[in-house]
Ligand binder design. Structure first.
Ligand code: NAP
Length: 342
């Protein structure tokens, strides 16, 4: 193998307290080791930035282990095979890998999925045809279960997961109400994605506007956010409403030991009982056996124009920390992806 490349990587320099800052990350160069039998050398082309990465920066164990201090930040990537010692991969192949925030990586072939650039733009494997799109599909199909004519509400509606939730809800025959931050995102959700209405959660009249958009109440609330959005949704929930709890991004930067975090709990518990609510958390990978169905259906919906998507592409790995911090604040517009190499 010709001289090993140096991988430029972004590591976790320190754990954030509250909102992450650029100083929590460090850029370093690390020479890569030789690849062993069964492994490939990858050049990362695209890195996905996702809200779950905030959880990996904390010490507390969640459903996955935290990133170690000094460890490469975790993340889904699309990469080109540069060198292979695995018969299933050839130099030039494009693959989906989980190589993290770095320019090059060594990976075992068993951890990779080959992508066909002729079937779909390869970066869609990080967004609409990847983990976020599947999350929308799996949460809605298995937990939300919207019926024709029902009202489905989703927040972060212009983002990777939320945009797919509302469009798939409409494909299932439901009314889709999106909640998004600011006029531009709301216009996009309603006019380009075809949601029945879009409400700005930054509006001073947000709760009343949401109520007016849901005259028959809410049957499915796909929870991506929590916080003040949940507070506005909560009184509008119908009996037997289903609430797939997918994410709580409004709380990711919170100090969990702060007082007051559970103030709403008694009211929520009473409503679960009184309204027979189903509130069910999930991590998309529990529905992995439905991935093939998802890929087939989503590909067809994209082809016939019923499932649209938007990507927010950031140039250069060194801009990843800033872009990630912005994601937690709503500065992205669409699925956030870093172009690491051309
Ligand atoms: P995204 O929507 O592309 O980006 C995040 C968006 O969240 C921001 O653009 C912003 O949109 C909104 N936001 C941030 N802070 C907010 C706040 N305080 N109040 C209201 N909205 C806020 O991200 P995504 O990848 O699609 O993820 C959406 C949610 O799904 C996240 O909670 C994520 O953790 C979760 N998720 C869960 C799974 C799972 O398996 N359970 C898998 C993937 C993602 P606005 O400007 O419109 O407010």
């Amino acid at each position: 193998m010709p001289g090993n490349p140096v991988s430029t990587r972004i590591v976790l320099a320190s754990r954030p307290s509250g909102k992450p800052v650029v100083g929590n990350f460090r850029l370093e160069d690390e020479p890569l080791r030789d690849i062993a039998e069964g492994e490939v050398l990858l050049q990362i082309l695209y890195l996905s930035l996702d809200p779950y990465m905030r959880g990996r920066m904390d010490e507390a164990k969640s459903y996955a282990k935290p990133v170690e201090i000094g460890g490469v930040m975790e993340g889904g990537t699309v990469a080109r095979v540069l060198h292979s010692r695995n018969a299933a991969f050839n130099p030039g192949d494009i693959v989906l890998s989980h190589s993290g925030w770095q320019s090059h990586a060594v990976a075992h072939g068993s951890d990779l999925r080959k992508l066909d650039p002729d079937q779909a733009p390869v970066k869609t494997a990080l967004g609409i045809l990847g983990m976020p799109g599947f999350t929308a599909y799996a949460g809605l199909r298995n937990i939300g279960k919207p019926k024709a004519g029902e009202t489905v509400v989703v927040a972060a509606a212009s983002g990777a997961v939320g945009s797919a939730v509302g469009q798939i809800a409409r494909i299932f025959g439901a009314r889709a109400i999106g909640i998004a931050g600011g006029r531009e995102k709301c216009d996009y959700v309603r006019d380009q994605l075809g949601f029945d209405a879009a409400i700005d959660h930054r509006s001073s009249n947000f709760a009343a506007e949401l109520k007016a958009a849901c005259p028959d109440g809410i049957d499915v609330y796909f929870e991506n956010v929590g916080g003040h959005v949940w507070s506005a949704v909560f009184p509008l929930l119908n009996d037997f409403a289903r609430i797939p709890v997918c994410g709580l991004i409004a709380h990711y930067n919170e100090d969990r030991s702060a007082p007051g975090a559970q103030d709403q709990l008694p009211a929520v518990m009473r409503a679960i009982l009184r309204k027979s609510l189903t509130i069910r958390g999930f991590i998309q990978r529990e529905f992995s056996d439905q991935r093939a169905d998802f890929y087939r259906e989503a590909t067809a919906w994209i082809a016939d124009g019923r499932l649209k998507y938007k990507e927010d592409i950031i140039e250069g790995l060194d801009n990843a920390p800033d872009a990630f911090i912005g994601l937690l604040d709503g500065q992205n517009f669409g699925k956030l992806i870093v172009r690491v190499a051309a």
